[in-house]
Design a protein around this ligand. Structure first.
Ligand code: FES
Length: 151
């Protein structure tokens, strides 16, 4: 059963009153908890000159989240087979530490050929989204080089 709470109570009620269950139910100012099976990702695109906050399911690759959910420009020429480096992204240091697995030798070889590589660079097609990555933040650099075009 819902109790009527005067609107003036919402903003300036004493803490003891706000602690009552009926008032807490009316206060929905706190952000919702993370959705199970999904994480938040903040993407800065130097290509599109915009920042997007998305919610993406775990288990897909970061490249798929950027391309299919954020709908930001990313060539991903080899479609995730670690053969082009056009899915290169640069993580914040804090986000890089949440990635878990280190890049493979194949990924490092491909990163060596990408422009604007930093110590927190990864190929987004090689990063599978996981719960511990919730809140990750990264940048898509504005320079890409498709290593497949040399074939
Ligand atoms: S999409 Fe080609 S290396 Fe990631």
């Amino acid at each position: 059963m819902r109790r009527f709470v005067p609107s003036s109570l919402h903003r300036c009620a004493p803490a003891a009153v706000l602690a009552s269950a009926s008032v807490r139910r009316c206060h929905a100012a706190e952000p919702a908890a993370a959705t199970p099976g999904k994480i938040k990702v903040k993407i800065h695109s130097d290509v599109n000159k915009k920042t997007k906050d998305i919610v993406a399911p775990t288990g897909i690759t970061l490249m798929e989240a950027i391309r299919d959910i954020a709908k930001l420009d990313m060539e991903a020429a080899c479609d995730g087979t670690c053969a082009c480096s056009t899915c290169h992204v640069i993580f914040t240091e804090a986000s890089y530490k949440t990635l878990g697995e280190d890049p493979t030798e194949d990924e490092l070889d491909m990163l060596d050929l990408a422009p604007k590589v930093s110590k927190t660079s990864r190929l987004s097609c090689q990063v599978k989204l996981a719960p511990e990555m919730d809140g990750m933040e990264l940048t898509i650099p504005d320079e890409m080089e498709n290593q497949m075009s040399a074939w």
